[in-house]
Design a protein around this ligand. Structure first.
Ligand SMILES: CC(C)(COP(=O)(O)OP(=O)(O)OC[C@H]1O[C@@H](n2cnc3c(N)ncnc32)[C@H](O)[C@@H]1OP(=O)(O)O)[C@@H](O)C(=O)NCCC(=O)NCCS
Length: 299
């Protein structure tokens, strides 16, 4: 009997369940399938900081994910939104996002959208604000740059948490003390000190294929360069990444000179109220700006 060379299979039935019970290796396999660099350990860290759902098929395989991170009482970022490639364009992303939106109620929302996701988020009511430049590569020993006048650099330690959280709040516009506490545990941090106070800070941790610098808050390009330069020097010759909204000026120039060229862009989007403060603008001598994201999911 002649056998047909094709077969029509039923489409999947998916069920949403809490992410906290999902196997880390299954989450890792999901992000690998869409080409993301996260390690299982990187999933572990985001999972500790937020809530999430996974979409499972009838035999429990994880084929989709979405997370949200409640920062201040009224602000949430959304991230780790993934549909397994073989199920894309069938409505899974929209279905998971509708669930996330129902969970986040009337809170103000921010997210960093890939090109593939932009249409989905726009149709759900998100508005584009700024581009975020993912800069990465093999770090090059950075040029020598003098510190800004009357400043000195030192390493951060746990006792600095409250002070960097206050600086970060001024730059970010929403308090994220628990996120900073968790990241400080797994990061090397640098502080720029003027008159005994921290005026700029940076963290750097293992992530994906190498290390990532972020978050970074500073009032000027010179301060931001001062706090990231030691991380670039530490990782010269290996893979390093930073996500920044600064497109022009001394800071992105320094990144390019350090081997961290623009690899990709994502679009920062918000719903209900504008999210970003001065990010991406030229520093005006006013308050601090976010020069480096904690991650695309955390903002
Ligand atoms: C983005 C992503 C989650 C969308 O998931 P999905 O299950 O395919 O989404 P849906 O089927 O619900 O599609 C939702 C909308 O997005 C559109 N869309 C989906 N994939 C797209 C793509 N690659 N390019 C452009 N538009 C796309 C669909 O056409 C649909 O629009 P419509 O409702 O106006 O027709 C999925 O493509 C993915 O996992 N991509 C890789 C990881 C990623 O980029 N995640 C987003 C992080 S911010």
């Amino acid at each position: 009997m002649a056998r047909s060379s094709s077969i029509q299979l039923d489409s999947f039935e998916l069920t949403l369940s809490e992410m906290e019970n999902a196997d880390l290796d299954a989450l890792h396999a999901l992000s690998l399938a869409v080409g993301w660099p996260h390690r299982a350990e990187d999933w572990q860290i985001v999972r500790e900081m937020g809530r999430g759902v996974v979409a499972r098929d009838a035999i429990g395989r994880v084929l989709g994910s979405a997370m949200w991170f409640d920062f201040a009482p009224d602000f949430t970022t959304i991230g780790m939104v993934i549909t397994s490639p073989r199920l894309q364009m069938l409505g899974t992303g929209r279905w998971m996002m509708e669930h996330v939106l129902a969970q986040t109620g009337s809170r103000a929302l921010g997210l960093n959208s890939t090109r593939a996701a932009k249409r989905l988020y726009q149709s759900l009511g998100f508005r584009a604000e700024k581009l975020d430049y993912q800069c990465n590569g093999e770090a090059i020993s950075p040029p020598v740059v003098p510190l800004p006048p009357r400043t000195r650099l030192r390493a951060l330690d746990q006792a600095d948490l409250a002070e960097i959280a206050a600086l970060d709040l001024a730059a970010y516009g929403a308090g994220r003390m628990p996120v900073l506490a968790r990241l400080l545990n797994v990061s090397k941090g640098m502080a720029l000190i003027r008159d005994g106070r921290i005026v700029a800070y940076s963290l750097c941790r293992r992530f994906g294929r190498g290390h990532v610098i972020g978050p970074v808050a500073a009032t000027s390009d010179e301060e931001a360069i001062a706090v990231i330069r030691p991380h670039v020097a530490d990782h010269a010759g290996s893979f390093l990444r930073i996500d920044t909204r600064q497109q022009t000026g001394a800071f992105p120039q320094f990144l390019a000179q350090s081997g961290l060229s623009v690899y990709d862009t994502v679009t920062s989007m918000s719903m209900r109220r504008a999210w970003l403060q001065g990010d991406g603008a030229q520093p005006s001598g006013g308050g601090p700006l976010i020069y480096g994201l904690a991650s695309q999911a955390l903002g």
